[in-house]
Design a binder for this molecule. Sequence first.
Ligand SMILES: *Cc1c(COP(=O)(O)O)cnc(C)c1O
Length: 415
Amino acid sequence: MITSSAAPVGALGELLAASVNPNMGGWIGGPMANEIEAQTIRWIAELIGYPIDCGGLLVSGGNMGNFVGFLAARKAKATWDVRAAGLMGEKSRRLRLYTSSETHTWIHKATDMFGLGTEAIRWIPVDTQLRMDTTALRKQIQADIEAGDLPFLVIGTAGTVSTGAVDPLPDIAAICREYDLWFHVDGAYGGFAAVLLNEGKEVIPGDLKGISEADSVAVDPHKWLYAPLEAGCALVRNPEALRETFSFHPPYYHFAEEPSTFDYHEYGPQNSRGFRALKVWLALRQVGRAGYVEMLSDDIQLAQELYRLVEAHPELQAFTQALSITTFRYVPPDLTPGSQEVEAYLNQLNAELLTRLQRSGEAFLSNAVVRGTFLLRACIVNFRTSLEDVEALPVLVIRIGREVDVALRPVELNT
Ligand SMILES: *Cc1c(COP(=O)(O)O)cnc(C)c1O
């Protein structure tokens, strides 16, 4: 779970948006509000180094932003009229998509909801840093083409939800160009870290540059832009691709056909829409690029500091550190990890530790499971988190870890 602390200006945005209550489904429902959303989209694109003449709109969150990219890919790459004939028409072919085994579960929902079925997903293995293995990707695409299927989409993740891993996005982009596949980036959590790319800060992976090459991108203002829930965002390189994916022309809509206007209901799944853009626009106006550069790099540096503290402590074992996520676990000093019995016990111990820590109210960690190992996961998306908080955490975890160990240790593991 990635849940940030909302910036106060967002609450003002929600109050004002609800008071004016424009309907963002069509330009006529609130011309100025619609222009503010369009400007917000351009600013978000600019922030992450995406072409600012892209299309896009605000949606409820990362799932929905990813669904929009998924549907645009399906429409653009199907070799038949998929919107009319669906997936069972005479000319239909079996669609295949590619994503790493670390991808967020939105992809299950997308393939299910949009009729492909979860078996259309090719799960590509990851390397030791939990990034997509592009050699395996290429092999799988090749095999599917040879089998007569239709590969159409590769999803790269910019910041996986469990550990913050960033896939090798430029390599994936090159493979997509080679095979004429749609390249979608799920940057719901980590996409905004691309704002740090040209800041000379070495805190983020250079692979985030690959976002600029994507056909579509999902980012979540309600995560690292500190907007209150709900605010997701879908960006699409070719704005027409969205219209081709979502537009219908029912007779009961008679909006003026002025070239300068646009109706968001033609560019996304929603009809009536709220003025989500205002809270995001206000936050961008309030702190600007410089503010986000500072807040995001603070979060990342705190997560890195936590990793150093954990590594230095003999009762803690550090596992991963990427973007603002650090994973680790408690290991009693007299136990040697590795054997099946000890690993099973450590999983049980750390799961109970996490429950007690969460109930203590003193800190909130979540969990990650990396290759079968249950880990404590600190994900810092909070501009209020301080160095003192981070320094207090290992002490707290060790205290609870010792208590749980005394309560749970099976006799056969006593040395
Ligand atoms: C959070 C997240 C999602 C889902 O976003 P919601 O805003 O919760 O719908 C998808 N992908 C990644 C990588 C995420 O971190």
